[in-house]
Design a protein around this ligand. Structure first.
Ligand code: C2E
Ligand code: CA
Ligand code: CA
Ligand code: CA
Length: 279
């Protein structure tokens, strides 16, 4: 009995510690959003599978804090979602992307479209489309230069309304990708009803290629279907040459992964990818 009580107290203390760290991080994130300090974006190239040419980029949030160090977006995005910070954070990041595109344009570069990850709360905001239109106006961006990625779980149970929002995004000239496809609640039957342009195959399938016959079979099915639906297909998480070679057997248009380019700061991506193209 004594021991049981002790272990309960230990457990409860550990929870307190975790809870405390969580709250401290939330406060720190709020401060960073207010000041912009430590918050930024990396850009990862998406290249054409066969030519290797740059096609677009994905903007990925980065956060560095003096106390917590480099925090992964896999941790701070969910934290922001739980604590009501995701909307101000996302708004801040979208402005950063638009400002970056404007900087590149002013420097005489020809930027490719940059994809922004939308979280569920952001997608379902009443004024999402207005915000995006204002962004294009304020930064005087050519149509389509910002595109979007979303996940299927965000659309669950609300497919009709989702179609509406997606159509409005498409009317602005934006491409829209279904992210992490093949994980979670994939419903092949409704995919054709969604006005999306792109399917991003989750990296878990790419990483199992060759090791696991099942993932090759799934890849064949997904890419075959995507081809039928005339969707652009992206293979995410391509790390090795043999994976790229295997992907030549399937209807895959674009490659994103450490093999073809890591997420990197704006200056690097411009130097390595945008300059070469345009002199
Ligand atoms: P995601 O949207 O699926 O982004 C792709 C993730 O895969 C990124 O992780 C990227 O760095 C990583 N990656 C790219 N190539 C490779 C590869 O070859 N191998 C491996 N193992 N990984 C690769 P990251 O940057 O840590 O982001 C994690 C997740 O956080 C993202 O997954 C996305 O869901 C979320 N996220 C990141 N930035 C934002 C943002 O601005 N807004 C929202 N709402 N979510 C974001
Ligand atoms: Ca993404
Ligand atoms: Ca993904
Ligand atoms: Ca993801």
């Amino acid at each position: 009995k004594q021991e049981g009580r002790n272990s309960f107290r230990l457990y409860s203390t550990r929870l307190d510690v975790r809870e405390h760290r969580w709250l401290a991080m939330e406060t720190a994130l709020r401060d960073s959003i207010d000041s912009g300090e430590g918050l930024g974006l990396h850009y990862q190239p998406l290249v054409e599978r066969d030519s290797g040419r740059l096609y677009s980029m994905e903007a990925l949030a980065r956060w560095h804090h003096p106390e917590f160090g480099q925090v992964s977006p896999a941790d701070f995005i969910p934290l922001a979602e739980r604590s009501g910070l995701i909307l101000p954070l996302s708004r801040y990041l979208m402005h950063r992307v638009a400002a970056q595109l404007r900087t590149w344009l002013d420097a005489g570069l020809t930027p490719v479209p940059v994809a922004v990850n939308l979280s569920a709360q952001q997608f379902w905001q009443q004024d999402l489309i207005e915000q995006i239109r204002a962004l294009y106006d304020d930064y005087r961006l050519p149509a389509g230069l910002i595109s979007f990625e979303l996940t299927e779980s965000m659309l669950l149970d609300k497919q009709q309304q989702a179609v509406q929002v997606l159509q409005e995004l498409r009317q602005l000239g934006c491409r829209v990708a279904m992210d992490d496809f093949g994980t979670g609640y994939s419903s092949l039957s409704y995919l054709h009803q969604l006005p999306i342009t792109t399917l991003k195959i989750d990296k878990s399938f790419i990483q199992q290629l060759g090791e696991n016959q099942g993932s090759n079979t799934i890849l064949a099915a997904i890419t075959g279907m995507a081809q039928g639906l005339k969707l652009t297909v992206v293979a995410e998480g391509v790390e090795r040459q043999d994976q790229l070679i295997t992907l030549r057997q399937y209807h895959v248009n674009l490659i994103q992964g450490y093999l073809t380019g890591r997420p990197m700061p704006a200056e690097h991506v411009a130097r390595q990818y945008l300059m070469n193209d345009n002199g």
